[in-house]
Design a binder for this molecule. Sequence first.
Ligand SMILES: C[S@@+](CC[C@H](N)C(=O)[O-])C[C@H]1O[C@@H](n2cnc3c(N)ncnc32)[C@H](O)[C@@H]1O
Ligand code: SF4
Length: 176
Amino acid sequence: MAFGVYVHWPFCAAKCPYCDFNSHVRTAIDEDGWVDGILAELEWVAAHQAQRPVVETIFFGGGTPSLMAGKSVGRVLQKIAALWPMANDPEITLEANPASTDAARFGDCRAAGVNRVSLGVQALNDADLKNLGRLQEVAEAKAALCMSMRQFDWVSLDLIYARPDQIDATWRDVLK
Ligand SMILES: C[S@@+](CC[C@H](N)C(=O)[O-])C[C@H]1O[C@@H](n2cnc3c(N)ncnc32)[C@H](O)[C@@H]1O
Ligand code: SF4
């Protein structure tokens, strides 16, 4: 049986006004302690499963998992590999905010086993990004996209569609 593991990292550098996710701004967190909690939760899930399914995908979502230290990502991945059999080529994704990406941290996450990044680009116009309350400008999002494509095998990006002032023509431009 195939199995996907979702790990939530609920911290962000800033709270976007439209966001409905479990995400919170904290100046300092006990990262090791938080990861200890995730490991305990994984153990609990494994202990309550009737079978040992094969892990095919792992998704670090948020919040902003690109704020996690590579060491923390590695601890979670090692625990998952210890608890469940792993597929030969699991897809291991980290969600990233362009304003909270860093080449060294990406390198550490890649070394820990991450092979896919999902980047929150949202819009390709600085005024729209400002209206959305985003920390990044378009140039920063593009730089983060290029950096992601250099470091990871697979990259996806999010765009927000059907915003109040968005018309078909501008959406088509974004897609182009
Ligand atoms: C949870 S965020 C994680 C990525 C990262 N925190 C960021 O914002 O760049 C994942 C995606 O959810 C989308 N999102 C956020 N709030 C939403 C909402 N209220 N409805 C639909 N999608 C939303 C955004 O496009 C965002 O990129
Ligand atoms: S950075 Fe992402 S998860 Fe955090 S508040 Fe903004 S949209 Fe939500």
